[in-house]
Design a protein. Structure first.
Length: 205
């Protein structure tokens, strides 16, 4: 198994280089949109868009994919630990808002979510396993031979992962997780059955 070095990495706003301006009128296509995933058609209340330059300490400006520009208070979300991954102009955001679309209940920075994440192997702790989350709904396992990831997305404020297990034929399994922690160096997500605590990594090949 390849040696893996865990290192702290700063936040990189991958979308910033693609923007002519943070508050431009161009419609952006969600990078996690890859068609139907998980075999379900559950209505998604998430607002997807880019963080605009009108954002401030307690305000998140979202230039939504539908063309709307929303200015959302994040004061309560911050107090409740529901601003995950921070936000900076040009970052890709997924937001659950109140009915009036004036207050954010949950903020997930999808740009921060992208990258390679590793943790000690839960079976023996002598090696590392991980997950690589990329644009376009692409996700791959790192040093995981028994699980083949197929796709990821944010669905109703939760992380949805679809995978196929070794020996399971072509049957896909879809799991939903609450993101507990997300910052430049850490990713923690969990559901009733599992909890995964990752550190951002640079893999040695």
């Amino acid at each position: 198994m390849k040696a893996t070095n865990i290192v702290c990495c700063g936040l990189v706003s991958m979308w910033a280089l693609l923007l002519a301006g943070c508050n431009g009128g161009k419609k952006q296509v969600p990078f996690e949109s890859v068609g139907e995933m998980g075999g379900g058609a559950v209505a998604d209340s998430t607002i997807y868009g880019l963080c605009g330059e009108g954002s401030a300490m307690n305000t998140l400006q979202v230039i939504a994919d539908d063309g709307d520009t929303l200015n959302l208070s994040v004061a309560d979300a911050k107090d409740n630990g529901k601003v995950l991954g921070g936000y900076a102009c040009g970052d890709r955001m997924a937001v659950i808002a109140d009915a009036t679309k004036t207050e954010a209940r949950l903020v997930i920075n999808e740009t921060t979510l992208l990258g390679d994440w590793m943790m000690p192997n839960p079976l023996d702790g002598s090696s590392y396993v991980g997950i690589s989350i990329r644009e376009g709904g692409i996700v791959e396992g790192i040093d995981q031979s028994s699980l083949v990831y197929k796709s990821w997305r944010i669905q109703n404020g939760r992380l949805e992962l679809t995978a196929v297990r070794e020996g399971g034929g072509d049957e896909e399994e879809t799991s939903l997780f609450d993101i507990v922690k997300l910052d430049a160096d850490s990713l923690v997500f969990a559901n009733a059955d599992d909890r995964f605590e990752y550190g951002r990594t640079r893999k040695s090949r």
